[in-house]
Design a protein around this ligand. Sequence first.
Ligand SMILES: [Zn+2]
Length: 426
Amino acid sequence: MITEDITRRIVDAVDTGFERQLATTSDFVAIPSTRGAEGPCQDMFGDLLRTRGYEVDDWHIDLDDLKDMRGFGPVEHDFSKARSVVGTYRPATSAGRSLILQGHCDVVPAGPLDMWETPPFSPVIKDGRMYGRGACDMKSGTIGALYALDAIKAAGLKPTARIHVQSVIEEESTGVGALSTLQRGYRADACFIPEPTSGKMVRSQVGVIWFRLKVRGFPAHVFEAGVGANAIQASYHLIHALEKLEADWNERAKSDRHFKTLTHPINFNPGIIKGGDWASSVPAWCDVDCRIAILPGWSVKDCQNEILACVAAASRDHRFLSNNPPVVEWSGFLSEGYELIDAAAPEAAFGRAFKAVHGGEVQDLVFTALTDTRFYGLDYNIPSLCFGATGAAMHGFNEYVELDSLRQTTKTMALFIAEWCGVEKI
Ligand SMILES: [Zn+2]
């Protein structure tokens, strides 16, 4: 346990460095690092690590190395520039427990720019908030981890355990970035991911399956083109059938010990729809990209089979689809849910850090989205905590992070690192 004096010095150091932290966060948010374009963010993060004296590993990810690993999701786009960046701190004295600190630098697309009050990749600080795509999810967290470590140093201290600071890609579509760090061999006694969780600790999180409905073929009775006789309308039939599957799964969720507290934990989302070529032509094709959640303990394979069975049953009683059976493609996430268990030691260290900053005990969050924690917890027995700042409009317009909460979570993170890894005088 760290002393009150050390606690105060670290907390003060976070305050002292906070303006610089915001400037770095702003530079990081200004990089439009949507999927496939994360390179400049990885360059910047590598430079931030090198400047601070970390040993930096920056490598191209080879999907062939990952494809047989548990939790791998198929990647369809150009992956030739995909990289992971890990900075390693090696202690002079090895006394504490090792730690992985991880953030993802990919962001989801901004959507129509005219729906933003200020441009998504020109971060603005206003009314105690930083606005910008990724300001909340989760570039402020990733940079916060770096500044938490800076604060320990500025307080005249150095950790007494190995620390890996990792910037990964594709958290928003497959998680292959996180998977690549495990394939590369990075391990620790615990993992900490500062996703924006409104100052709560993720206790349990959903898994996610991505799939694409591909409806193809000419209407069987082209002169009877009406409801259900074209590919776009036929896709609606499948969407309605999948909404029934969503309702079934929400019923099933009532027996989950954490998710039973939520009214609608399983969300099915048709997220992209494309189809047809001409307003006056009956469309012969339609693609619908979908996302659905599953709960911890549910098998991805079984859930995939339920999706296939749902689509097949809905197709059998439909004029267009019975003649033109749709294809289901797996188009990204094939992720299990994750529940934080067997993590008493890191939770105790975190509890002390939280109490010193916020007072009281951290509340649990039952999370209807996923995080990269699952790979560490499920597959490698590395207890993986997820905790971070408050904000809003992640994946929406005018995304922001609240700066007070960012400051508090940075302090909490810094104290957790000191508690978990141990510290000694420089
Ligand atoms: Zn995120």
